[in-house]
Design a protein around this ligand. Structure first.
Ligand code: SF4
Length: 196
């Protein structure tokens, strides 16, 4: 159904993807994509973000919501990357998890999309909902859902799987009244809230 699925956040580098992913919390990718072109022009390198004043950056990203916390995370992440990783986003989950504002979901997005490294499965709200509907997990905690998905999905599909499920969650398997009549998984799915 979604053979060419990929990340919807525009970026030109792993660091830009990290920033965009931090900004995407509780915000649409569309809104983030409206903000990031001007943002990356104003702050072209991790060092520029590391040296930014939090209240100034917060104002620059105001329209993405939760701007004070996001500004703090972005500056913290930039300082860590400049100070400890030579200005490059690291390539392991272990190192990624030391970066402020980067939990497993963010780390999986950046490692998977920017570097093509499958360290886990991105579990966002769409993956959470659809994994339950398709009975791929009984858990509600994202960390446990991810562990279940890592057991049943071949590792070479982990990166694509998340992109595909996220697209499915936007296109058909929406939170309320999923469009099951149009869904190719209809005959396989026995979700309680199916609409056909
Ligand atoms: S049949 Fe409906 S609930 Fe099941 S995956 Fe498709 S859209 Fe989602």
């Amino acid at each position: 159904m979604y053979p060419n699925a990929t990340c919807a956040l525009h970026h030109d580098s792993p660091f830009q993807l990290l920033v965009a992913t931090i900004l995407s919390a509780q915000c649409t990718d569309k809104r983030v994509n409206e903000v990031t072109p001007g943002l990356f022009e104003k702050y072209p390198t991790p060092l520029d973000f590391a040296q930014a004043r939090q209240e100034v950056l917060a104002n620059d990203i105001r329209s993405t919501g939760f701007f004070n916390n996001k500004a703090k995370s972005v500056i913290g992440a930039a300082r860590k990357i400049v100070g400890e990783f030579g200005g490059e986003v690291p390539k392991t989950m272990e190192e990624m998890l030391t970066i402020p504002g980067a939990a497993r979901k963010t780390a999986n997005v950046v490692l998977g999309t920017a570097y093509g490294i499958a360290s886990g499965v991105v579990v966002d709200t769409h993956v959470q909902r659809i994994s339950a509907r398709l009975d791929l997990t009984k858990h509600t905690d994202p960390v446990k859902i991810e562990q279940d998905l890592m057991k049943i999905i071949p590792q070479d599909r982990w990166i694509l799987f998340s992109h595909q499920v996220i697209l499915h969650g936007r296109a058909l398997c929406v939170a309320r009244n999923p469009k099951c009549a149009e869904c190719a998984l209809n005959s396989l799915c026995y979700a309680k809230d199916k609409t056909v």
